[in-house]
Design a binder for this molecule. Structure first.
Ligand code: NAG
Length: 240
């Protein structure tokens, strides 16, 4: 019978910020552990859209706002409108993507997916009530995977990555480590980082994708951590 580590997560609510500390209390495996926001009910169901990098950027931006508001106890994990992100934040303010949480702050927050009426490129933020709020936009310096593992305890993270390899497109499970993709500079897809862990001595990130639940591990991927695989630490932002 396999032995596993038993983790204890303790929660302390300090001025609206959920501080999660974890410690290994027992176990005989090789230091396996996992910190996974799915375990806390703050992640919405996996979306399906394989159309464009722009759509994935909007979807993941909305998902990070959903998760932050749920982590902070302001809302349940509800679907916020990624179409509102697309309509209102495309090219905000001039350079795409880097400051989209600032854009969301600027438009007063995001409405739910159900409430937002798509403006097909025109920002319709006045026709619905914003429920997903942010206070700012955080940018993580390139290559800071240790810092990312600290920040993930407060919020989920946007990652712009290269998903060119067929092995990524058709991934079915396990810890992905194919180096056949560029380590930054080519961004053809966006994913939400929702946790990290170590299994049998191998460090990994947990990524939520938007290619439906039949891709990967129920729509998720574990990707080798600490090696900037596919540019996982090349372009990262998060909502504050
Ligand atoms: C909609 O966005 C504009 C900025 O584009 C902002 O000035 C305005 O306050 C927002 N409206 C609401 C209802 O939040």
């Amino acid at each position: 019978m396999a032995t596993v580590d038993i983790m204890i997560f303790s929660f302390v609510l300090v001025s609206g910020v959920l501080n999660v500390s974890l410690e290994t209390v027992s176990g005989s495996s090789q230091g396996d552990f996992k910190f996974d926001w799915r375990d806390y009910g703050v992640i919405t169901p996996v979306y399906y859209d394989r159309s464009s990098v722009d759509n994935s950027a909007s979807i993941v931006t909305a998902e990070c706002v959903e998760s932050l508001n749920a982590i902070q106890g302001k809302t349940k994990a509800i679907d916020l409108s990624w179409r509102e992100v697309a309509d209102c934040c495309k090219n905000y303010p001039s350079e795409p993507y880097w400051t989209w949480f600032e854009c969301i702050l600027n438009i007063g927050g995001l409405c739910t997916e159900a409430d937002y009426r798509s403006g097909a490129g025109v920002c319709n933020n006045k026709t619905c009530t914003a429920v997903g709020k942010v206070t700012g936009n955080g940018i993580i310096p390139k290559g800071s995977e240790n810092l990312m593992a600290e920040i993930i305890h407060q919020t989920t993270i946007v990652a712009y990555i290269d998903v060119t390899p067929e092995s990524f497109q058709s991934y079915t499970g396990g810890i992905y480590s194919d180096r056949n993709c560029t380590p930054g500079g080519i961004y053809d897809h966006v994913v939400q980082i929702v946790g990290y862990g170590t299994e049998a001595g191998v460090d990994y990130w947990i990524l939520k994708n938007s290619w439906g639940i039949s891709w990967g591990e129920q729509g998720y991927m574990r990707l080798l951590r600490g090696k900037n695989i596919c540019g996982i630490s090349a372009m990262n932002i998060y909502p504050k």
